[in-house]
Unconditional design. Sequence first.
Length: 176
Amino acid sequence: MRFYRDTKHHGRGSAGTTIIEVLAYVTILAMISVIVIQTILSANTSFGGLRASKEVNLSALSALDVFAREIRGATSVDTTGSVFDTSPGILSLNTTNGDALASVLFRVENGTLVFYRDGAFVGSLLSGSTTVNTLLFEYAPTQNSELVKITLGLTATTVKTTKSETFYTSAVVRSQ
């Protein structure tokens, strides 16, 4: 008597998979999942760094623009009300408001850069997540003008990233 093997349902020709094949597929899937998750986490960290860098740069641009504009529009630097060559420095400017004399003051309060006009608080010059590390004013008077050099060190902190940078500018009092 002869027995024939049915290759459609038994043995090597069957449509099922072995446990070793299933383990191999699961291992490959797990490795691909780990790579995808690491890529997503890396992109998230990079995004946080870019956000912190953007905060620092925008705050610096805004603050240095206000400094330059106010210094150029001032009539003189108030050397008695200013603190030069130390950080945090204070810059006090004499200006005019129409025909009346006025004053402008820049200083650091609780880690943020603030701006006063005639003793009244105008506002902070930085975004909420940015703090001041260094604020240094250097005064260089000449016979015909007054120069103010500014060193501004800022730090922005996002959820997982901290970015610090130092910025420099100078401006000349034009209304002398």
